[in-house]
Design a protein. Structure first.
Length: 376
């Protein structure tokens, strides 16, 4: 009996060992299976970058003049009617969209006039219907020789006069309805409120300035050019604009207007439209505008911000950006020949071309042929 019990215990023990070994073997096989399977593809990290366009300068023929930025489109809004300002729904510096409701004048009298016009139109309509019915009756009598020709003509004239009065009342009603819109002021464009000249409950007159709106996306620079240089500046030529408040940033512009007459400051006003607008540029900011007086490129160089240029064992380099799709691009590392460091950035003799875009931040984290996302 004892030997049988021992045999049973030993059999049970070895059975447990076998089960454990089978379980361990299965675990090892599962681990080997998953370790040999294809690795999970890691999602590529797309770095955001800022960029700057490469521009060409001419060292000998360059001239710089002082100017000031202003909005390319400006609108001073006023009412077409006078009255008490009931509400004004904007504040200084507020960004608004086209057709935004800006202000309202008390229109209670205008509503009353419109209601009177509607009532008068209905009255003239009734007169037309009455005159028409009378004309049909008199016409029947006239055809049966029961009334004279003069009575028939009088009935026709009365019907024509009633129709004329009805037409006039229709036009007057339409006018009064259109005038109701004069008591509300709406923005004609997207822009920013730069001045607000009235307050609620003030009595405003026709044509009085209520607010001034500047467009946000078309900044231009106005610069005074001395008589000595005005003949050398042509329309549609390029200029480089810099701002003291925006260090190491420069912007390409196009000459759009050249004044024919001299201003009060004894210079000729010239307007330059910026091709790219920075969110930090506002109207009224002082600017420096550089023109190239000639087309000789013998002594020209390319200019990039100083934080665009890096250095390694191969020399100085920049990362240019090649756009691929909207908002994204690929960076390429390019070796450049650096000449001098100026207050505007590095002078580059070779390695980039005019119109290239160079990365302006985080170049220490860039790598050749990497995909990037453009920051506004």
């Amino acid at each position: 009996m004892t030997s049988q019990l021992i045999n049973m215990i030993q059999s049970h023990f070895f059975m447990k060992i076998k089960i454990y070994m089978v379980f361990s073997l299965c675990s090892v096989l599962l681990m080997l299976f998953f370790s040999c399977s294809e690795p999970v593809e890691q999602k590529e990290t797309i770095r955001p970058v800022r960029y700057q366009e490469v521009v060409r300068f001419n060292n000998e023929k360059q001239r710089t003049f002082s100017g000031v930025s202003e909005s390319g489109t400006e609108a001073q809004l006023s009412f077409r009617v006078s009255g008490v300002l009931k509400s004004i729904k904007v504040i200084l510096g507020q960004k608004i969209n086209k057709n935004h409701h800006i202000a309202s004048i008390d229109d209670s009298d205008a509503i009353l006039d419109y209601e009177k016009a509607v009532a008068a139109q209905k009255n003239t309509q009734v007169q037309v219907e009455t005159a028409k019915s009378n004309l049909e009756r008199v016409k029947g009598l006239y055809e049966n020789n029961n009334v004279s020709l003069s009575e028939y003509e009088a009935a026709k004239n009365k019907f024509a006069a009633a129709r004329s009065d009805y037409s006039a009342s229709q036009k007057n009603t339409a006018l009064k309805k259109r005038e109701l819109g004069y008591y509300k002021l709406y923005s004609p464009m997207d822009g920013i409120i730069v001045s607000k000249d009235v307050n609620e409950n003030e009595n405003v007159s026709t044509g009085q300035a209520i607010v001034k709106i500047n467009s946000e996306n078309d900044i231009q620079i106005v610069v005074g050019i001395p008589e000595k240089y005005i003949s050398k500046i042509k329309k549609d030529t390029t200029a480089i604009v810099t701002f003291s408040t925006l260090a190491e940033k420069f912007f390409k512009g196009i000459v759009t207007e050249i004044s024919y007459s001299i201003s009060s400051s004894s210079t000729y006003p010239v307007k330059i439209n910026l091709l790219k607008i920075d969110k930090d540029i506002r109207p009224g900011m002082p600017a420096n505008v550089s023109f190239t007086m000639g087309s000789n490129d013998k002594n020209s160089f390319f200019l990039v911000p100083s934080n665009c240029v890096g250095e390694d064992n191969n020399g100085n380099f920049v990362f240019t950006v090649e756009p691929e799709q909207k908002g994204f691009g690929v960076v390429h590392k390019k070796i450049v020949q650096v000449e001098n460091l100026t207050d505007k950035g590095f002078q580059i003799l070779s390695g980039v071309n005019e119109g290239d875009f160079v990365v302006t931040s985080g170049i220490d984290k860039m790598a050749d042929n990497k995909k990037v996302k453009f920051l506004k």
